[in-house]
Design a binder for this molecule. Structure first.
Ligand code: ZN
Length: 50
């Protein structure tokens, strides 16, 4: 019998992806809603848009 367990790549968790902020360097993403209610990605360190 061939085959067996196939390891599947774990889906990337977007929250774990390293983001580089222009000001802070490596940082994490935060979410913010603008006046229109649109979700924006922001740097959690400086609050700047990413
Ligand atoms: Zn930043």
């Amino acid at each position: 019998m061939q085959g067996g367990i196939i390891d599947k790549d774990m889906p990337m968790d977007a929250s774990n992806v390293m983001i580089i902020c222009e000001k802070c360097g490596p940082t994490r993403i935060g979410h913010q809603f603008d006046e229109d209610g649109a979700k924006q990605r922001v740097c959690v360190k400086c609050g700047g848009e990413l």
